[in-house]
Design a protein around this ligand. Structure first.
Ligand code: KG4
Ligand code: ZN
Length: 360
């Protein structure tokens, strides 16, 4: 099975070609970071327009690099949600048009499913079941992953996502967009102990086992600190270090608690914040002490990309999920199970808001 994957949920256009036996054949990415930078964040309309310009050239590029032609593709997997509606519509309409023209299935994939399966692209992948920590710009969730399509939510953020908190605090410190990597870099120059910031919902976890997160209070505490003390350059690095350490403390403690609660010994970390080196360092050390292993996607697949969408599509097809007409119809409006390709309908919708546990 050869799957073409298309990701356009936010500010990255990602396209990839994945073969169920041979693995990832090619992938290409265009990031819009430079375009959105001057606005300090993603401008949805500009994002959609840029995806339109990029998708087809990137498809041509991966077909060429993967040594395949469109006629070789067995299915097109695309990000159907969650994300920016206009941006999602670009990938979704191109994927369905291509699938229609080729007479093959179009598979609507949940963006977070792509992220949490992305460590399976690595040379030493985890085995099911595992606990997944999903930390992106829009989401912070802990999930128990039993198999492809089997996701149980263990905890999630009540307000800001971890990446969002990184981005907003970075903005407060005068850093550019996206703030996460910039704040992490500044934190590397700061002292952790100089400022004290809260660890939201940690005490509650110790009392009740609650695995939910809340980061807006932490962001506000950092805001107050900066307003009251007006730190100089060194002080700003110290605030960044204190902020990063607080988030990392919470993410590490909750991840380890999730492993303990589920009795599992593998943790998968996915999403953009998973690129954070301090988080990786602490998780590696503390998980090892608890007898557990941590798996990360390859660095280039931590943030949004087409490879994880193609992979999720291949795994879904391999597991027979999405091949059921009733299920597929509900999820994507595409009757994948229809034996007669002419009977497939390529009507589509996007799902800007979509809970992962309802994706199967
Ligand atoms: O998964 P992703 O690429 O896009 C979403 O689906 O949201 O995640 C992007 C988020 C942004 O908030 C970005 O600031 C954050 O991941 N991020 C980081 C780092 N690299 C990216 N946060 C902290 N440290 C990093 N090194
Ligand atoms: Zn993402």
């Amino acid at each position: 099975m050869l799957i073409l994957g298309i990701e356009t949920s936010c500010d990255e256009t990602g396209v990839a070609l994945y073969h169920s036996q041979r693995g990832l054949l090619a992938h290409a990415l265009h990031t819009q970071i430079a375009m959105h930078e001057e606005y300090g964040g993603v401008v949805p309309e500009l994002a959609s327009r840029d995806h339109i310009r990029r998708v087809l050239p990137l498809v041509r590029e991966v077909m060429h690099r993967g040594g395949a032609s469109l006629a070789d593709i067995d299915a097109v997997a695309y990000t159907q949600g969650p994300g920016l509606a206009g941006a999602l519509l670009v990938g979704t309409s191109i994927a369905n048009a291509l699938a229609f023209a080729l007479g093959i299935p179009a598979l609507g994939i949940h963006h977070l499913e792509g992220h949490l399966l992305s460590p399976l692209l690595a040379s030493e992948p985890p085995r099911f079941p595992f606990v997944a920590l999903l930390v992106s710009g829009g989401h912070t969730q802990l999930m128990r992953v039993g198999a492809v399509g089997e996701y149980e939510l263990l905890g999630e953020t009540m307000d800001d996502a971890a990446g969002e908190a990184f981005d907003k605090t970075a903005h407060l410190l005068g850093l550019g967009y996206p703030g996460g990597p910039a704040l992490a870099q500044l934190a590397g120059k700061g002292r952790v102990g100089r400022y004290k910031l809260p660890r939201p919902m940690l005490e509650q976890m110790h009392r009740t086992g609650n695995l939910d997160f809340s980061f807006s209070g932490l962001k506000t505490a950092a805001q107050l600190l900066v307003r009251q003390q007006v730190p100089d350059a060194a002080g700003r690095a110290d605030v960044a270090a204190a902020f990063q350490e607080a988030i990392v403390d919470v993410l590490v403690a909750k991840s380890l608690h999730a492993l303990e609660q589920t009795g599992l010994d593998q943790l998968v970390v996915a999403g953009g914040v998973g690129a954070n080196r301090r988080l990786r360092q602490r998780l590696d050390r503390e998980a090892a002490e608890a007898g557990c292993s941590v798996f990360y996607p390859e660095f280039e697949f931590c943030t949004d990309n087409g490879a994880m969408i193609a992979l999720a599509g291949a795994l879904r097809l391999g597991a027979g999920i999405g091949a059921d007409p009733a299920q597929a119809h509900g999820a994507a409006g595409v009757r994948l199970g229809a034996r007669d390709p002419a009977a497939r309908t390529y009507a589509f919708t996007v799902k800007p808001r979509w809970n992962l546990s309802t994706s199967v």
